[in-house]
Structure formats: C-alpha cells, structure tokens
Design a protein around this ligand. Structure first.
Ligand code: FA5
Length: 328
C-alpha cells in the first residue's frame, strides 16, 4: 500500500491530482484509516505492532504528499508567473484620442479674435422665431428670401435660422447701446447643394452700435479680422450690395497670393445698420449708429487651406478631418 501510494505521489502532476491521492489514501474513508479499523478485530498482543506499522505508513505517506505538494506548488507558481509575465518593453496600445473638428477650431479662432477686439460672444437659437430672422431685420413682407424655396419652415412662426443676423433683434430689444456683440453658429437654407453651398452651414455675425460708428470702423474691424485669419498679405475688397438691414450695404471678398491664384473669394456681407431698425428698437439715431457684418465660417478654412468643396466639412470622413489634427 505504501509503495503504491509512493508511486502515485511521485507522478502526480498537479496539486489537484495530489489532493485526490491524499483523500484516497488518508481521507476519512481512505485505505489507511480503513486499516486502522481492522485493529479492533485483532488479538490484543498483535494490536500494538499493527497499529505502529499503520501509523508509520500514514506518517510516511503524509510526508511524501507534503514534500510533493511543496514541489508542485513552487512549479505551479513559476508557471503562473511565466504566464502572467508582462513585457514592459513592448510598445503600448495608444488610446484613440479625439481632436477638434476643423470648424470648431475655426470657431475658436473667431472667438479669440473678435473677443480680443472687445466684442462679446452671445448664443442665439438655431430654431428661430420668424420675426427675429426676418421682420426685425427690415424685410418687406414679400421678400423672396422668406419663400419656402429658400427657408426651412418649422411652423408658421418658426424657421431654422437662415442667418445669424437674427441675433440683432434679440439684443436690441433687451440691451441699450453701446453694444459690441457677435455670435457663431449653424444656419440653414433650403438651397441646391454644390461645392460652395450647403443646406447646413455656419455663419459669424457681428455688430457694433456706438456714437459716431462709420464705414471706417467696419473696414478697420474686418481688416484686423481678415489678417488674423489669413495672414498679413490678405487683401480685402468691398463692393456695394443690398441687404434689407443695412444702408449702405456691401459685400466683401478677400484674396491672398497663396491660394486660388489670388482670385477674389466672397466672404460675406456687411454695412451700417439700417436706421429703420435702430428706430424700431427706440435707439436714438441722432446719437447712435452701428455697423454689422456676417460671413460664412466654412469660407475661412476653405481659403486658409485651399479646400474647394465645403460639403467635406459635414461629411465626417476621418481621412479629411484627420488632416487638421493638431492645428489651432
Ligand atoms: C447674409 O446672410 C447676411 N446676414 C450677412 C450680413 C450680415 C450682411 C450683416 C450685412 C450685415 P449672405 O446670404 O450673403 O448674407 O450670406 C453670408 C455668407 O454666408 C456668404 O457670403 C457665404 O460665405 C455664406 N453662405 C451663404 N449661403 C451659404 C450656403 N448655402 N452654404 C455655405 N455658405 C453660405
């Protein structure tokens, strides 16, 4: 019995196998305790010698098991260490880091530049009341821009704003001049989509009302703005244009020698705020005048990076967007 136990213990390959052997030989109903039970049936004088031998076998087997167990444990621990070994020299998996969208970067820059010129940034709703988008801005009742060919109507009184200029009435009705404010955000127009027009795009809209504000202030402000956005060599051209909310009205284009062969690209519209609007909000036109300008945000990175299709900005194709990783 002792020998067969020893043989089994010697080849036990795991702690679990050893435990099984232990219970078979030494456990409650194992073969060595079973021998002990025979003791009662023996002659009195045979008992001590038998008992001693069985005990001796029990201790011997227990010792073999303990010894083997210690060996197996250290082997198993080594195997576990090996399996869990970490190679600290392996290159790590970098977490995928997000980065700001090019339109967000442009918006941040616009905010820095206009904020630096003393203009206050204000939020204004994308789902806008018809009256702020049109009536407050001196549109006559039959103006074609109000046509649902051009404007997304949500109901009779609400539209998706077609221009960020809708901010003006909201400010004028609540805050007296002097004012210097701007907003940046999404605008929507129901128009045919092509490389330079989308149904959803972004605008900056900025205005200032104070004593003695003239076209010179407008040109000066737009000049600083354009140089901050496109660099020192940018040129700006103003031409007369019509918007119901300015008088006189202009559109302005920029040209830089680096891009589009120096061709003029229209950025937006501007002018002096129409006296009708100032009067409507009780602003004294003898004392105050103001300028306003608005422009397409997409036009800025288009010009700065030479992008010829503005639909790319909203398609979320990472091959396009990743090119602006790390820009500021
Ligand atoms: C306006 O929206 C006027 N609110 C601008 C303004 C503000 C004039 C203050 C005077 C005083 P306009 O419709 O031209 O004007 O649009 C201004 C600019 O937005 C355009 O020059 C262009 O850069 C951009 N834009 C207009 N429509 C789209 C479009 N569908 N997709 C992309 N950009 C557009």
């Amino acid at each position: 019995l002792q020998r067969s136990a020893a043989a089994e213990i010697a080849v036990a390959e795991s702690t679990a196998a050893l435990r099984e052997i232990e219970s078979r030989f030494l456990g409650k109903s194992g073969s060595i305790p079973a021998l002990m039970k025979l003791l009662g049936g023996l002659d009195k004088d045979e008992r001590p010698a038998f008992g001693q031998r069985v005990n001796g076998a029990k201790n011997h087997v227990q010792a073999l098991i303990d010894e083997r167990a210690a060996g197996l444990r250290s082997r198993e621990r080594l195997a576990q260490f090996e399996a869990e070994r970490i190679d600290v020299t392996m290159p790590g998996d970098r977490p995928r880091m997000g980065y700001e969208h090019i339109l967000q970067l442009t918006t941040n820059k616009i905010k820095r530049v206009l904020g630096g010129l003393g203009f206050q940034y204000l939020e204004s709703p994308e789902l806008e009341e018809f009256r702020y988008n049109f009536d407050a801005l001196n549109y006559p009742p039959d103006h074609p821009a109000m046509d649902d060919q051009d404007t997304f109507y949500v109901d009779d009184d609400h539209v998706l704003r077609t221009q960020c200029t809708a901010l003006q009435g909201r400010v004028f009705e609540s805050t007296p001049p002097p004012l210097r404010c701007f907003t940046v955000g999404r605008t929507y127009r129901n128009e045919a989509v092509d490389r330079t027009h989308n149904h959803t795009f972004h605008q900056v809209d900025c205005f200032m009302i104070d004593e003695g504000v003239s076209m010179a202030h407008l040109k000066g402000t737009l000049g600083v703005f354009a140089r901050a956005m496109f660099g020192e060599e940018v040129q700006i051209r103003f031409r007369p244009d019509f918007f119901p909310f300015v008088e006189p009205g202009v559109d302005y284009a920029i040209s830089t020698p680096k891009l589009f062969d120096g061709r003029w690209v229209e950025l937006g519209g501007a002018g002096l705020i129409h006296p009708n609007i100032l009067e409507r909000y009780g602003i004294d036109t003898e004392r105050y005048s103001g300028f306003a300008f608005g422009l397409g945000v997409e036009r800025i990175p288009m010009m700065a990076y030479g992008i010829d299709d503005l639909r790319l900005f909203l398609e979320n194709d990472l091959r396009f967007l990743e090119q602006f990783r790390g820009e500021s």
